[in-house]
Design a protein around this ligand. Sequence first.
Ligand SMILES: NC(=O)c1ccc[n+]([C@@H]2O[C@H](COP(=O)([O-])OP(=O)(O)OC[C@H]3O[C@@H](n4cnc5c(N)ncnc54)[C@H](O)[C@@H]3O)[C@@H](O)[C@H]2O)c1
Length: 250
Amino acid sequence: MRLKGRKAIITGAAAGIGFETARRFAAEGVQVVLSDIDGTAVDAAAGKIDGAIAITADVTDQGQIDRMVSGAIEAFGGLDIIVNNAGIPMLGTVETLAEADWDREIDVNLKSIYRTGRAVWPHFKSQGGGVILNTASIAGLLGSPGQASYGAAKAGVINLTRCMAIDGAAIPIRVNCICPGFIETPMVLAYLEGQDDPAASRAQVDAMHPLGGIGRPADIANGFVYLASDEASWVTGTALTIDGGLTAGI
Ligand SMILES: NC(=O)c1ccc[n+]([C@@H]2O[C@H](COP(=O)([O-])OP(=O)(O)OC[C@H]3O[C@@H](n4cnc5c(N)ncnc54)[C@H](O)[C@@H]3O)[C@@H](O)[C@H]2O)c1
């Protein structure tokens, strides 16, 4: 077991990448708190993982985040890792995107990491270390059509990761992120279903990945296991791209 005895919180853990990361962490010996805004779904998700607990929290609310962190520390007697994974897609250009949607995107996908950082930092500092992991995206590395706010938020996640890594290095709080390509999760399946020809869109998305097809949540969860582990003890401020080769070139 590569993470035996560690204690972790994963946000956006009711489904998709977050749930699979919780499952993989638990298999590596982690006591996991699954957190999500959807209380019913996260209770059900935690029920599928031995020893895991659920805490309902909205990452846009500092009070709920503070309670999530103190609840995890109380339940497990400590906290070593937080995975900031909660995210939403807001599709639109600067011309079409409503200001409220722009603000919501930045709030959920980017500012949430500032909020959880504030909540865990004093604890990590007093225990002499901790690990913060963020789910960014290839949409934060490259421009993509109709993803103005999503792309801006995810680019922000990548550079916030670097800034926090520098600020935390002396403690050490290690801070890293993963930039996934397209991963088969409820978010992406809903996006494909919303296209005029879902089958053709799926084929097009599959073809964008040189290694063959869309990725699986486990491809990202495996990266988080590595970045959380002592194997990555000299890794901080990195953006690990896991995308089946999508951004390797044309
Ligand atoms: N699926 C992909 O192709 C892909 C690619 C790159 C990056 N990502 C990123 O990975 C992360 C997970 O995405 P996914 O595809 O598994 O999505 P998903 O929609 O399957 O899961 C996201 C979870 O976040 C939760 N959530 C949404 N708003 C929240 C809030 N305010 N507070 C707490 N929880 C909230 C949702 O309830 C949901 O359970 C996101 O940050 C997403 O942007 C996904």
